[in-house]
Structure formats: structure tokens, C-alpha cells
Ligand binder design. Structure first.
Ligand code: HEC
Length: 259
């Protein structure tokens, strides 16, 4: 074989071999697998921990997501102490706890209620200053805790709901008795006061579970602020009614997490 021909063969083969990694990457992007990836360096791939919403063998009630232990305080918990206690133990309180000496404020923040002539009434306003940062915090928490059911836009078509619909379509017996989550932008929730929405997150409602053990008090209020922001953002204003500068610069917003 002539030298140049041999070199040509070598080059062609090397060129083809160079395509193999790209081929593998394309394959990996196309094919789905249920087996774990190959971990050459194990890092923290294998850890003994329970996943959220999974059963646990360790606890008698079988829940992996543990409720708070009665009589204990978590970090960032709110505590109420009256003036006498505050005077008696001026420094005897953990740094990470929010100490309130005003019972009325404590009740409104913790229970979303205020007393009106002896009766508890749901707050119509968030009892914490609503700043941009606060609403953003609410967005982060909403996207973690509420999205699976209510969806990023709050309309009730989150990841789990879509999965259920798929199972139903396939006629799978696993579809079970899923109750579709409420549309948070509908009139049903628009009529709920801020205190009641806070209460839904805290104590759950009908087939929706309580999130008080997972979400700290302030974050629950931040979520309420974000639900309100979602409602406002979805208010339909006819494009023709918008100011000229906005109307001519309209661009669709990317929704977080959507592909
Ligand atoms: C596991 C699914 C699930 C998750 C997660 C979830 N919800 Fe719900 N939610 C539901 C269902 C189901 C309903 C309807 C309850 C019913 O009518 O049985 C509902 C109803 C509601 C309602 C309406 C209550 C009413 O009286 O109309 C609000 C408000 C709400 N959810 C807020 C939230 C917020 C805020 C979060 C995040 C902290 C959240 N939900 C997380 C399933 C969920």
C-alpha cells in the first residue's frame, strides 16, 4: 500500500473515531434509562437518607417527613413572651428565635387571625411588610412546595397532576383517587382572605395536606404574597388598553422551569 493511501486511511479512521463521543452524547440525550449513572468517583451518590413523601421503616407512623416534636421549637420559630417573662429572663432566649412581646401581633402572624369583638377573624392583609425580596422568597418556596400540584403558574396543572393525567389516559390502575388541585387564580381563591390562604398552607384543606412542618411561618406568608402576585400578574388587560410604549415592546416572559 502506498504511504499516502495508508495515511489517508489513518486520517479517515481517526476522524470517524473522533465522532464516537458525540454519538454517545447524542444517544445519552435521546435514550432514557432508569438505572443510575456510572459513578467513577462516588462523591455523595449513595447516602442513607429518606426521600420526601416516601415511607420510613424507622418511625412507627411510617412517615419520612417528620412533624415537629411537640413542646420543642425549631430555629426561626416565633415565640411569644410576656413582659414579666422578658424581665425575668432577659437573655435566656435563643438567638435564632423571633421573640414577640405583643400577643396580638404574635397571634396574627402565627394564626393569620385577629380578634374582632372576641371572635377570631381572618386577616385581610399580610402582617409582615411585603417587599420585592419577600415576594421573591415566596416565589422560590412556592416553586418548591406548591408547584408539584398547583403548577408554576398556579393554575393547578403541576408536575404530579400531569403525571396523574397521563396515567389516566393510559388506563393505569395506579391513577388511583387523585383529587385535582385547585386553580389558585380562579375566583375561589381570589375571594379567600390572606389569613385564610395562610391557614390553608399551615393546616391544609380537604384533600390538601398541611405544610406547617416543612415551611417556616415567615415563608408561608411569603408564599401568600406570591399567590397574590400570581393573581395580579394573570389579570387580563386587553393589549389595546396598555400604554403605547409597553404595547409596542411586548415580549412573552419565560416561565421558570418550563422547557
Ligand atoms: C400534593 C398536592 C398539593 C400541594 C403540594 C399543594 N396543594 Fe394546595 N390544594 C391541593 C388540592 C388537592 C386542593 C383542593 C382541595 C380539595 O378541594 O379537596 C388544594 C387547594 C388549595 C387552595 C384552595 C383552598 C380553597 O378553599 O379553595 C389553596 C389556596 C392552596 N391549595 C394553596 C396551596 C399552596 C400555597 C401550596 C404550597 C404551600 C399548596 N397549595 C400545595 C393540593 C396541593
Amino acid at each position: 500500500m502506498k504511504r499516502t493511501t495508508r495515511n489517508t486511511y489513518i486520517f479517515i479512521n481517526l476522524g470517524l473515531a473522533a465522532l464516537v463521543p458525540f454519538g454517545l452524547i447524542c444517544l445519552a440525550r435521546h435514550e432514557r434509562t432508569t438505572t443510575p449513572r456510572w459513578a467513577i468517583i462516588q462523591d455523595m451518590d449513595k447516602q442513607p437518607y429518606y426521600k420526601a413523601q416516601r415511607p420510613s421503616k424507622l418511625f412507627a407512623d411510617g412517615r419520612a417527613m417528620r412533624p415537629h416534636i411537640p413542646g420543642t421549637l425549631a430555629q426561626q420559630d416565633f415565640i411569644y413572651i410576656n413582659q414579666a417573662e422578658a424581665r425575668a429572663h432577659p437573655r435566656n432566649w435563643a438567638k435564632d428565635h423571633v421573640i414577640l412581646k405583643n400577643k396580638k401581633l404574635y397571634d396574627s402572624i402565627l394564626f393569620g387571625q385577629t380578634l374582632v369583638s372576641g371572635h377570631g377573624q381572618w386577616l385581610t392583609q399580610i402582617p409582615i411588610p411585603v417587599t420585592k425580596r419577600f415576594v421573591k422568597r415566596g416565589q422560590t418556596e412556592f416553586n418548591i412546595f406548591c408547584e408539584p400540584c398547583h403548577g408554576y403558574n398556579g393554575k393547578g396543572n403541576g408536575t404530579v397532576n400531569r403525571w396523574d393525567q397521563r396515567l389516566r389516559k393510559l388506563g393505569s390502575p395506579e391513577a388511583g383517587t387523585w383529587v385535582p388541585p385547585s386553580n389558585l387564580l380562579g375566583p375561589g381563591v381570589a375571594y379567600l382572605s390572606d389569613g385564610l390562604i395562610y391557614n390553608v398552607v399551615t393546616n391544609g384543606v380537604a384533600s390538601m395536606a398541611s405544610y406547617k412542618d416543612q415551611i417556616p411561618v415567615v415563608d408561608r406568608w411569603a408564599i401568600v404574597a406570591y399567590v397574590r402576585a400570581l393573581e395580579k400578574s394573570q389579570k387580563v388587560v386587553p393589549a389595546a388598553k396598555l400604554p403605547y410604549l409597553i404595547r409596542t415592546n411586548l415580549k412573552p416572559l419565560p416561565t421558570p422551569g418550563s422547557q
